[in-house]
Design a protein around this ligand. Structure first.
Ligand code: ZN
Length: 90
């Protein structure tokens, strides 16, 4: 018996090896793997973010308290990285 486990993608129906390279984790599911392979997940996510509903959803998030807080944290992190880069370049 092969020890190599496989998993079928719910979108492209390809059977791929059960590895972190092919499937992200989803702890809500019994086998702990996402239903879609990473390639399909990326494609579906990109299509959603470019659709009118996806863009509206993103705007709602960015205007929400949590979205504003996350944007602030992201800007602070970038600023800190730039400061560290300046220190190492001198
Ligand atoms: Zn797939």
């Amino acid at each position: 018996m092969s020890s190599e486990l496989t998993h079928k993608c719910s979108t492209c129906h390809e059977i791929k090896p059960h590895t972190a390279d092919n499937f992200s984790r989803d702890h809500r599911l019994p086998n702990g793997l996402a239903r879609r392979c990473r390639v399909c997940a990326r494609r579906v996510s990109l299509a959603w973010s470019l659709s009118p509903a996806g863009r509206a959803s993103k705007l709602r998030y960015l205007r929400s308290d949590r979205g504003q807080e996350m944007a602030r944290l992201f800007r602070a992190k970038i600023k800190q990285q730039q400061a560290e880069r300046k220190l190492t370049n001198v």
